[in-house]
Design a protein around this ligand. Structure first.
Ligand code: SF4
Length: 411
């Protein structure tokens, strides 16, 4: 038996027969008709007797077939468990039809129902991995993550067991549980994470070349969807020719387009630069303002650009979420959103304010050097022990734990 404890609740792996468990409730991997079937479902109905089937029929007559991911409860009939929670796992169709979310819902909805009924001990089988064909390694990851997430935010359940029928299934779940147990929560250990990155990249600084707040603002606008190195090549001459907001505001748009063409999206960028500099001249006497509200009110300036200017040109603490910062922090589990503004909010809650600007540089550089978009180099990563994604990639999970996270396209 393998056990970990989450906020006082034990989560155990047991190799055995779920119908013989003495927990208050056992979970049945049912089909949507609730009429019994093969595998765990058939075994529970056989051991529990006709009372369970009768209650299932009444539930179906009242509310229809049970949708995938939902859960209902009956008594346990002749079983040792007082209750059976019936849930319908997804059939595996390659993983592109929302199977992970549906499987996660099976565990979350069963636990929610148990909590509502005051049930303190509950046993789960490995849902969907029999005839429904869900790959065991992927199912184990979803199951344990769902249970851990629930227990981290809910009280009232003392014991959760995953009762696994055969040795192979047990081994797959054990591997995931061991990884979960050794992983450190990056939100709790954020200072340690930043110290490690600081030791790794002591020299890191903003890569864009600039001398004045205006140059940094223009360079940041040009850096959208472009590498900083290419922007630096372009601005070398650009900043010699245009030295003030007035110069950019008076630029001939076609000429400017050609001058910034190598940075891509040059038509939009030229338009943004001219409009932005016109606003600087009209409303700010040609100076770049030093407040977030004023900066984001300029045409073509979003929070990311504004925070880069505030953090670097004005020495204010600010987190700028670009594609690298967004990718690294969501993979690690420091943030969960896909929206850069929301990621910024989440990071501001976790990272001490005096480290906001520095953490932007550290995470951004780590993303460029190690945590690449397509193939993160997890085995060389110094913060792997704090990363929700890397730990699982290294034990053979080819896909990142959440596709939405790893396909992040934050600019
Ligand atoms: S362990 Fe892998 S996914 Fe996590 S931060 Fe490091 S490189 Fe990125």
């Amino acid at each position: 038996m393998t056990t970990i404890t989450i906020r006082g609740t034990t989560l155990s792996l047991i190799q055995g027969d779920i119908t013989k468990q003495q927990t208050e409730a056992i979970v049945n991997a049912a089909n949507s008709s609730l009429m019994g079937g093969g595998g765990v479902d058939g075994a529970i109905h056989r051991a529990g007797g006709p009372a369970i089937l009768q209650e299932c029929k009444e539930i179906v007559s009242q509310q229809g077939r049970l949708p995938t991911g939902e859960a209902v409860i009956t008594t346990g009939g002749n079983l040792r468990a007082k209750f059976v929670i019936h849930t319908v796992g997804p059939i595996w169709r390659g993983g592109t039809r929302g199977e992970p979310e549906l499987l996660r819902n099976c565990y979350l909805n069963s636990l929610k129902l148990a909590k509502e009924k005051g049930i303190r001990t509950i046993s789960f089988p490995s849902i969907s991995t029999g005839a429904y064909g869900y790959p065991i390694d992927k199912a184990a990851r979803v199951a344990i993550k769902a249970i851990v997430d629930f227990l981290e935010t809910n009280e009232g359940i003392d014991e959760v067991a995953l009762v696994l029928f055969d040795g192979n299934t047990y081994k797959a779940y054990q591997e995931v549980l061991d990884t979960e147990a050794t992983m450190k929560d990056p939100r709790v250990h954020i200072l340690e994470v930043l110290e490690i990155l600081e030791r790794e990249y002591p020299e890191v600084r903003i890569i864009l070349n600039w001398r004045t707040p205006l140059e940094l603002l223009i360079a940041t606008i040009l850096a959208a969807q472009c590498t900083d190195e290419r922007v630096n090549e372009v601005t070398k001459d650009l900043f010699k020719k245009y030295q003030s907001a007035e110069d950019f505001a008076a630029a001939d748009i076609r000429t400017l387009e050609e001058e910034i063409r190598p940075t891509g999206f040059y038509r939009n960028k030229a338009k943004s630069i001219i409009s932005c500099c016109l606003a600087l001249v009209e409303k700010h006497r040609g100076e770049v303002p030093n407040s977030l509200d004023d900066l984001v009110s300029l045409p073509g300036v979003g929070r990311k650009t504004a925070n880069i200017v505030l953090g670097n040109a004005y020495g204010q603490e600010a987190i700028a979420v670009d594609t690298h910062v967004g990718r690294v922090t969501t993979r690690m589990g420091l943030a969960t959103s896909k929206d850069p503004d929301k990621i910024e909010e989440e990071l501001c809650e976790v990272i001490p304010q005096n480290k906001w600007t520095r953490s932007t540089h550290l995470f951004g550089f780590h993303g460029r050097k190690i945590c690449h978009a397509k193939k993160p180099l997890c085995s060389s990563c110094v913060v792997r022990d704090f990363c929700q994604t890397g730990a699982f990639l290294l034990i053979g999970y080819k896909d990142c734990h959440e596709e939405r996270v790893c396909s992040s396209t934050v600019d």
